[in-house]
Design a protein around this ligand. Structure first.
Ligand code: ATP
Ligand code: MG
Length: 264
């Protein structure tokens, strides 16, 4: 039975969809069967990250009982995608998502759910459908304050939070330091993804960064996160990783703690 991992943030543009695509690609690179689902039903864009523009059936059709989930799944080379249609305007009931995914969970090892930045039924529906969640934030005050809201929502719903993806990090002094982010959110940071223009380049090619630039720091961070979540070890032999074995960063330690507590 597949595990559903939801990716959340109540702020637009922080990198949720990019995280879904990158993490999905990274998990698939370990030989796992992966499905990506666009839970951002009213403003979907997962399909556009992967050159799926007008699928024959969409998640909206599935939620309206007009198609089976497997009919709406698009099979790509490395993983599958259940896209939402960008052309649909009628409202659908997002609370059916969990039940619909249940029918196809057995076909996958991992299902990664993208979500909406709005605090509404869509976000709740995606959270209810998730077995565990990751929250994406950037190291600035406006985003951090909305991230606190997302964490509060997950805690109210008793949805397990696996940790934070700290995204678009410039490693500059004007940013909120990583340790302050962690203390403020009281949640472990599981990945620190640098701001990297190659994300935009890979988006223009409709490909996940880990496929286009597998040895970039951002891709390796997603692979390390993927390995931790699925209970595998990943230690690429590169100088920067050798340095980190000697002097691990906080996210390396957090990942090891997660690994030991879940799979150890
Ligand atoms: N680490 C990064 N470095 C540089 N650019 C990034 C990074 N992560 C994401 N981006 C870029 O930021 C933009 C917004 O990303 P994305 O669409 O994933 O955000 P989102 O949270 O899903 O937005 P929305 O809430 O509107 O759905 C995209 O152009 C993406 O390529
Ligand atoms: Mg998005």
């Amino acid at each position: 039975m597949g595990v559903c991992i939801g990716i959340f943030s109540l702020k637009g543009g922080v990198g949720k969809t990019t995280a879904v695509v990158s993490l999905g690609s990274a998990i698939a690179s370990f030989g796992k069967k992966v499905l990506l689902v666009d839970g951002n039903i009213s403003s979907p864009n997962l399909g556009l990250h992967l050159e799926i523009v007008e699928p024959e059936f969409s998640l909206q059709d599935v939620l309206e009982q007009k198609a089976n989930p497997s009919q709406a799944v698009c099979k790509l080379e490395k993983f599958d995608v259940l896209p939402a249609s960008i052309f649909r305007e009628q409202k659908v009931n997002p609370f059916f998502l969990k039940q619909k995914l249940h029918h196809i969970k057995k076909n996958y090892d991992y299902i990664i759910i993208d979500s909406s930045p709005s605090l509404g039924d869509e976000t709740l529906g995606a959270m209810i459908a998730s077995d565990e969640i990751l929250i994406v934030t950037t190291p600035d005050h406006p985003t951090l304050s909305t991230t606190l809201k997302a964490i509060k929502l997950a805690k109210q719903r008793e949805t397990p939070i696996s940790g934070i993806i700290l995204n678009k990090v410039h490693k500059r002094k004007f940013e909120i330091p990583q340790e302050h982010v962690e203390i403020t959110l009281d949640t472990p940071i599981m990945a620190v993804v640098p701001h990297d223009i190659r994300f935009l380049k890979s988006l223009s090619k409709f490909k996940p960064l880990p496929e286009v630039h597998p040895s970039s720091e951002a891709s390796e961070e997603y692979k390390k996160l993927a390995a931790t979540l699925i209970g595998q070890k990943y230690k690429p032999v590169r100088l920067r990783n050798v340095i980190r074995w000697v002097s691990p960063r906080k996210q390396d330690i957090n990942r090891e703690i997660f690994y030991q507590s879940v799979f150890g």
